[in-house]
Ligand binder design. Sequence first.
Ligand SMILES: C[S@@+](CC[C@H](N)C(=O)[O-])C[C@H]1O[C@@H](n2cnc3c(N)ncnc32)[C@H](O)[C@@H]1O
Length: 269
Amino acid sequence: MASEPTIEPPSEQGTSHEKSPEQQSIDFAKYPSLQKNMDVESHDGREDKLLRYIYGHPKLDSELRGSPTAILAVMDEFAAQEDFLINIGSNKATILTNFIHEHKPRVFLELGTYVGYSTILFANAMREANHGGEKIHLYSLELDPLIASIAMNLVNLAGLSDIVEIIVGSSAHTLRRLHDQGILEQGSVDMIFLDHAEELYKPDLELCEKLGFVDKKGCHIIADNVVRPGAPEYREYVRGNPRIGKSWGVPALIMPGEFEDEIEISRVA
Ligand SMILES: C[S@@+](CC[C@H](N)C(=O)[O-])C[C@H]1O[C@@H](n2cnc3c(N)ncnc32)[C@H](O)[C@@H]1O
């Protein structure tokens, strides 16, 4: 994966690009999966097909087992060639890998696992960034038990089961349970990734605040798809939140298809 410059906030809090994603055209030769009907984008059997695609891969034993990066590359290949996948994709993956390498989170909370693409990416980056150091842990929350099972399978194939815990249930329910059972302690979370449902970003961040999960100074909260499909209410909330020192948009592409979007990164003061 190519290296990227440091993702630092701009001097003024705010958005760093203006171009509408609708202005772009799709390269169907590069991304034949996008020629299919896109009325339904997930949870329609394509996730099972992905699992079979990976286990039927000619390089399963020689290259994929135990290799997070090789598994992610096959997921990217499937999304481009077979069926679009609603994961962060390769462009955002590069940006967020560099961000994790830079900030070295040890406790990571992800809302929205899907088939485990971002989970595998983050856990691998955390392991690379914290080599030989303290214990690292990634909690990833997923509503759909069957989708979560696919993610668990792929996390295991990638050799990351010791770091990753995928928890099935609605985000709000699981967050409360992690708090009430003392599994996640107040002020212990270094990084949160919101990628489950845009309309839940604000209420779930408010819940995280109430439960003490964003108490640590320097904790980063990252939200995907704040431009496409968009999370204006969330953006307004984090940018006006006294707990947050800085909040800024990072231009990034939704892959495959290369649609323009932004990731919102917020840093607890
Ligand atoms: C965009 S996908 C996540 C993609 C993943 N982060 C990646 O990049 O590989 C959103 C996922 O969030 C799940 N989801 C939706 N609402 C949820 C909720 N309230 N709690 C937990 N998961 C939820 C969906 O089932 C779906 O699998």
